[in-house]
Write a protein that binds this ligand. Structure first.
Ligand code: PAF
Length: 294
């Protein structure tokens, strides 16, 4: 049994790729007693109905996948983990950075694993989950106990048919994704447009180079491989073009009236900049504008 904490788009994607009876959502305050029922639209195949029960008291999963929003993760785990043995691997799927380290710091003796994924999922309607694009997932340990669990977790998730790779330096992977999210998400939320449309917008064109200079400086200070601002801009724009018609997760959060993950993306770069004495006015401006949209 695989347990999933967080029944949003990503949690529903992973649940739908596992067979019935092999997966359950972890109940949270306010969860209904009824199982979660939805239609799942896979990539290039017929849609099908999915029913996912809630984990029952006393049921012990082999793995816990955590697909909550970054800002909810600590509280959600604080409520869920007391019922689970210390040996159950916990796999964190949060966007950005900061929440993963907070979990590893709070439960250092548990097997904590971080995942970085490019799988795309969305919920155009509450009862429908769409696998918007096939991607890949990288998993690596954040705590000493996590190291010996990564291969087993990937084996346990093999029935999903999703592509998963083990990775030694998962923080490096999370940083690569953070750079892309820092250069796309806030702009799409502020400008209220699909990813590709930011590229021609004067607001984006005005701020992208100074933003990439700030990101390059923070990356270096954080001990990540040095990258030029120009190389960062190229990566950001490559992804914006490839996902041109997508609504970013941050724009989707704003449109749905949910709290965004800005504190863990541009907000994280601001915090790290402060720690290292690096000025990050563009990240601050973007974070401030998105906070106002919230
Ligand atoms: O957060 C997201 O929406 C995605 O990571 C990305 C890459 C911006 C594509 O939409």
């Amino acid at each position: 049994m695989i347990a999933i904490l967080g029944a949003g788009s990503l949690g529903r994607l992973w649940a739908a790729t596992l067979s019935a009876g092999q997966v359950a959502f972890v109940p949270r305050p306010g969860s209904m007693a009824e199982p979660a029922r939805y239609t799942f639209q896979p990539v290039g195949r017929e849609s099908f109905k999915v029913t996912v029960p809630w984990l029952k008291p006393g049921q012990i999963p082999r793995v816990l996948l955590v697909t909550t929003k970054a800002g909810d993760t600590l509280n959600a785990l604080a409520a869920a983990l007391p019922a689970l043995p210390e040996t159950v691997p916990v796999v964190l799927f949060q966007n950005g950075l900061g929440s993963q380290q907070a979990v590893a710091d709070r439960w250092p003796s548990r097997p904590i694993i971080a995942a970085s994924t490019t799988e795309g999922a969305n919920r155009p309607k509450p009862d429908t989950t769409v696998h918007a694009g096939l991607g890949e997932t990288w998993m690596g340990a954040l705590t000493p106990a996590g190291h010996s669990c990564v291969a087993k977790v990937i084996e346990d998730l093999a029935p999903t048919d999703l592509v998963i790779h083990p990775v030694e330096n998962v923080l490096g992977k999370l940083w690569q994704k953070l750079v892309i999210n820092a250069g796309i998400n806030a702009f799409t939320a502020i400008l209220d447009c699909p990813n590709g449309d930011i590229l021609e917008h004067p607001f984006y064109l005005h701020w992208i180079d100074p933003l990439c200079q700030e990101i390059a400086a923070v990356l270096k200070a954080a001990g990540q491989p040095a990258q030029t601002p120009g190389a960062l801009r190229q990566q950001i724009e490559g992804v914006a073009r490839k996902t041109a018609t997508n609504t970013s997760s941050m724009r989707a959060d704003v449109l749905a009236g949910r709290r965004t993950e800005i504190d863990f993306i541009n907000g994280y770069l601001v915090k790290l900049g402060e720690q290292h004495g690096i000025a990050t006015p563009v990240n601050q401006m973007l974070a401030g504008q998105v906070q106002q949209l919230n």
